[in-house]
Design a protein. Structure first.
Length: 407
């Protein structure tokens, strides 16, 4: 089912959060700042006495950012993550996947009996399943997963103070309900984040669609497509600058804008008759190869293979995101020396892209190149079909295959 949100529902939050005196928000990455501030502001609007406390590891540089956002040790809204977990009735675990995998046993040991663990991604469930483990039986486990990056969750929440209904939609799931409160708490959490609509899922369906989507059209597959098409176009005599415009600029510009505002079919309908024929050739040649590769990606996620790979990668590399810089260091385990993770923007195409972007006029959405459009739409439709056949809800399918790709 789907639940409509809105600021007019904030007055119901004290009832939804009945029995909760403190909400601990653990982590200050992408989702942490947005969720902590939105919850704090929504509960204040509802005149609730529930404390929203941010918990960070000792020595974290994020303490300064949390203080700047209005959280402080003096008023009990900022502190050590372990103390925050132990003192909270609802723990929102918003640290990285790798950190969850490395620290889940300690996190579970610090949680109160009858408390509630809240997740915004189902990765931890997949990790536990891959090892034959499960969550502690004396807690509830819920999920609220905003369908957008943290900064957007906060920005649209603030915008919603003037426009009721502005916000980022979320999915929610109840994995384990220890005392019958889990559904109310999950929906209250989503409403407090400012979600205009909240649709139901499961933790398992969420992590499968989310991780698969990132391997597909949201990140991995689209990166592979633009690199491949750029190489194809330049090898056939197209200039480097035009090849970049007809791949990256085309997909991130006019194609994304058209799908976002008019739908997928509008991309095809906006082409000339000659362009439609070229689109059809590219689409027909790409759909089944995309389906084949994407199906393998989905099976790797569903079987736990991809999650095990992610955990191993997390053990090789440690990622810390600071305010103005990205620092990536290799963990020194088993005597291995530090080694930096490579960057994907070192290929010829991305070097050309630097030049093209500098020369691009403001507001230029780039050309609608039929061949690139056919390949991209084939990828999108193949991903939609796989998720449909795997039993995912249409709201989840469209979010992971279309909305997050173009908006």
């Amino acid at each position: 089912y789907i639940v409509r949100g809105g600021r007019d529902l904030f007055k119901l939050l004290p009832d939804a959060f009945k029995g909760i005196k403190q909400i601990g928000v653990i982590g200050w990455g992408s989702q942490g700042p947005a969720q902590a501030q939105n919850l704090r502001d929504s509960l204040a609007d509802a005149k609730s006495n529930i404390i929203v406390k941010v918990g960070l590891r000792k020595g974290s540089p994020s303490f300064a950012e949390a203080r700047a956002a209005g959280f402080s040790e003096e008023n009990g809204t900022l502190g050590d993550m372990w103390e925050t977990i132990s003192g909270s009735d609802l723990v929102l675990l918003l640290i990285s996947d790798a950190a969850q995998a490395d620290n889940h046993e300690k996190i579970f040991s610090h949680m109160r009996p009858n408390s509630i663990l809240g997740l915004s991604h189902g990765f931890l469930l997949g990790h536990l399943q891959s090892m034959g483990l499960d969550f502690p039986k004396n807690i509830s486990v819920i999920a609220v997963c905003p369908k957008g990056m943290g900064p957007s969750v906060r920005r649209l929440y603030v915008q919603g103070k003037e426009i009721n209904g502005a916000g980022i939609n979320s999915s929610f799931g109840v994995h384990q309900d220890f005392d019958g409160r889990a559904t109310d708490v999950a929906l209250g959490w989503s409403v407090a984040l400012g979600s205009p609509f909240t649709f139901v899922t499961t933790l398992e369906q969420e992590y499968k669609s989310d991780i698969f989507g990132e391997r597909g059209i949201l990140l991995g597959a689209v990166h592979g497509i633009v690199e491949c098409l750029f190489r194809r176009y330049t090898e056939n005599g197209m200039s480097e600058d035009l090849a970049y415009k007809n791949t990256v600029e085309c997909i991130t510009g006019i194609i994304s804008k058209t799908i976002s505002t008019k739908g997928i079919l509008a991309v095809y309908n906006s082409l000339s008759e000659e362009g439609k024929r070229e689109f059809e050739i590219a689409y027909s040649a790409s759909y089944y190869p995309c389906m084949d590769i994407l199906y393998e990606c989905y099976e790797d996620v569903a079987s736990g293979s991809e999650i095990r790979s992610v955990v191993l990668a997390g053990q090789r590399f440690y990622v810390s995101i600071f305010f103005n810089q990205l620092l990536i260091l290799r963990l020194e385990k088993d005597g291995l020396p530090a080694f930096p993770m490579g960057k994907i923007d070192q290929t010829r195409m991305w070097k050309v892209g630097e030049r093209v972007r500098k020369a691009r006029a403001s507001g230029d959405l780039g050309p609608l190149y039929p061949f690139s459009a056919g390949v991209y739409v084939a990828l999108m439709m193949a991903q939609i079909e796989i998720l449909r056949k795997k039993g995912h809800s249409y709201s989840e399918i469209i979010n992971e295959s279309v909305i997050e790709a173009v908006d």
